[in-house]
Design a protein around this ligand. Structure first.
Ligand code: 4AD
Ligand code: MG
Length: 472
């Protein structure tokens, strides 16, 4: 009977007749015996297949190379080798798919090299571990919210709204771009477009989630998000996945508590559910740190540490004062020197606070209103808003959120100030039974980056989209 390798290794009875399928990872052969390790993606471990070469035709023997797919039947036996408890003594082997010139060799390839084969890298130890963890985290996100009475909301991908007001949109159009209809002033006449107006891919599901929270109470979105910002960094994608809870009657403190609970619950889940993947990635990181001569906290310790410690808290105003006095600032070590209240924090500042000062995740609150989105609730000082960012070691900002401006007059002023128009429907949420409410956005890919210890966000999402690059 055919069973997944994960099941065979966990529950297979020694002595039983079994059938396994998978892709060959390695092959060792001598006169008496051929050893193949095969993997079917169900778990980190490979299954060792042992056979007598004399049982196989010569042409088939030559086709048993890394990357080829096979089905083997035989007996599960206790292994003499130290790497596994059981192995498959094959009696029959069939080649399913040949793999001449398979580009991935049974050795450690660089991540840069593997990025040029994004459609094949699922078959490597590193990437299969990353993507199994990505699945586990996604599952745990749904579980977390469901258990707490949130409803999963599917917000539109195509939208007419620019939720963040940042103007970094991917346009969606069915117009013939070689012959664009024009207005008299030369601008494009979007009335001729599919939706009779200009539309773009969503930069956030938040505004729709706010409307839903005003009826359903507590909702969360979890979907792809698109930003045309030309940020060629290790933490930015043009298409990334964001989780956005939105809760009626919650204030800033409630949403900070929710964010901390969510992150810790997800770390706890992965530590419990993905030990072999984490062990593998931990070892990978240890080898890498040794090569680079870097003394880093091993991955598992890093995750357990974040889980155990309460997140640090600081206001933006306190953060600026602290950074101004920091030795790194005084010695000119920051690319962007910290000078005045009102400046935006750069990731080097965020990482200084997290990695050097507090040495744990930090929540920064109450940012100047001029550097934050229009929907954030203005504080009584008239200068700051009830915003919060959660910063993680090695990553910087992982979550951005706020209490929302529920007072229509304040909201309208903020929209005028930031030139946001055409959101009449959104204002209805404040016109009819407005209540305080809060929420945040968690960048899934950045969280996976942290959990797996990978260094580049392109290595935690299948087929990454970045400036100048769409692999397929
Ligand atoms: O801080 P941001 O821009 O917040 C919002 O979009 C709000 N509407 C969220 C809300 O309150 N509902 O983005 C939230 C998070 C960031 O903290 C970051 O983790 C991630 O989304 N993010 C990106 N991840 C990868 N690539 C990018 N280009 C990202 N931009 C934001
Ligand atoms: Mg942000």
């Amino acid at each position: 009977m055919y069973r997944k390798i994960k099941e065979l290794l966990q529950f297979g009875t020694v002595g039983s007749a079994i059938e396994a399928k998978g892709w060959i990872r390695t092959k060792r052969i001598n006169k008496q015996v051929i050893f193949l390790t095969i993997n079917d993606g169900s778990c980190q471990q490979n299954l060792q297949v042992v056979m007598a070469p004399s049982a196989l035709p010569k042409t088939l023997l030559n086709q048993l190379i890394t990357g080829a797919s096979i089905v083997v039947s035989g007996n599960l036996v206790a292994s003499k080798g130290s790497n596994q408890l059981v192995e498959l003594h094959g009696s029959q082997l069939t080649l399913l798919g040949n793999a001449p010139d398979y580009p991935l060799q049974p050795k450690a390839h660089s991540l840069e090299f593997l990025r040029t084969w994004p459609h094949l890298r699922f078959r490597t130890n590193t990437f299969s571990a990353v993507f199994r963890i990505r699945h586990a985290v996604s599952y745990a996100i749904h579980h977390f919210f469901h258990e707490r009475g949130f409803f999963y909301l599917h917000t539109p991908i195509i939208t007419a709204a620019d939720a963040e007001g940042a103007g970094e949109l991917f346009r969606v159009t069915s117009l013939n771009i070689a012959h664009l209809p024009k207005n008299l002033d030369g601008s494009i006449d979007f009335r001729e477009d599919f939706f009779n107006q200009a539309t773009n891919l969503t930069v956030s599901g938040q505004l729709a989630a706010e409307a839903a929270a005003m009826g359903l109470g507590a909702v969360y979105t979890f979907g792809p998000t698109f930003r045309a910002e030309n940020s060629n960094t290790t933490r930015h994608l043009a298409e990334f996945w964001m989780v956005e809870p939105e809760v009626a009657f919650d204030n800033l403190e409630d949403t900070i508590a929710l964010a901390e609970a969510l992150l810790k619950c997800l770390l706890d889940y992965v530590l419990k559910q993905c030990p072999t993947e984490l062990d593998f990635l931990n070892q990978r990181l240890l080898n890498y740190s040794k090569e680079q001569d870097r003394a880093e906290l091993p991955l598992l310790e890093r995750l357990r540490f974040v889980l155990a410690e309460p997140f640090a808290r600081i206001t933006y105003t306190e953060a600026i004062a602290l950074l101004k006095e920091a030795e790194s600032n005084k010695q000119g070590k920051f690319v962007y020197p910290v000078t005045d209240w009102g400046m935006d924090l750069q990731s080097e500042h965020e990482r200084y606070l997290v990695e050097h000062h507090f040495k744990r995740p930090v929540v920064i609150t109450d940012y100047p209103k001029d550097i934050k989105a229009f929907y954030m609730r203005q504080n009584d000082d008239g200068k700051t808003v009830a915003a919060m960012d959660v910063l993680f070691p090695g990553i910087g900002e992982i979550i951005g959120g706020s209490q929302r401006e529920e007072r229509i007059d304040y909201l309208e002023k903020a929209m005028q100030r930031t030139s946001i128009q055409d959101l009449n429907w959104y204002l209805d949420t404040r016109r009819f039974g407005t209540v305080s409410h809060s929420g945040f956005g968690l960048g899934l890919d950045r969280l996976i980056l942290f959990i797996t210890g990978m260094e580049n966000i392109r290595d935690v999402i299948p087929f990454p989209r970045t400036p100048g690059h769409v692999p397929c």
